[in-house]
Design a protein around this ligand. Structure first.
Ligand SMILES: [Zn+2]
Length: 108
């Protein structure tokens, strides 16, 4: 295994590594490979944002469903808790949606 220097942080790394283990600089010289890697990273990031927005939505629906169907009438503690959870869910969902929008706008 031959060693080479990372062009970014100048640390010694294997010449077979695709990515510098120190600074995560991509060692792939092939622009097509770089583009693919970039696209994979974007897909990963956008799918994690989508997952978060779904989790927020599930919290919201779950909290709302609990507070309207399962909790006792009146203001019981679990009803308040369910509504707080629904509120957090809605907030989380909206934040994720905004991040997705901003993320899509930043891409080309
Ligand atoms: Zn490096």
């Amino acid at each position: 295994m031959a060693l080479t220097h990372c062009p970014k942080c100048d640390k010694k790394i294997s010449d077979k590594a695709d990515q510098c283990p120190h600074c995560e600089h991509l060692m792939v010289a092939d622009p097509e490979k770089l583009e693919t890697q970039r696209r994979i990273n974007r897909i990963k990031k956008s799918s994690s944002l989508i997952t978060q927005s779904f989790l927020g939505l599930i919290l919201f629906i779950g909290g709302l469903a609990y507070s309207s169907w399962y909790a006792e009438d009146g203001m019981s503690n679990d009803k308040i808790a369910a509504q707080v959870i629904a509120g957090i869910g809605v907030f989380w969902y909206l934040v994720s949606r905004i991040r997705i929008l901003m993320f899509r706008r930043s891409g080309k």
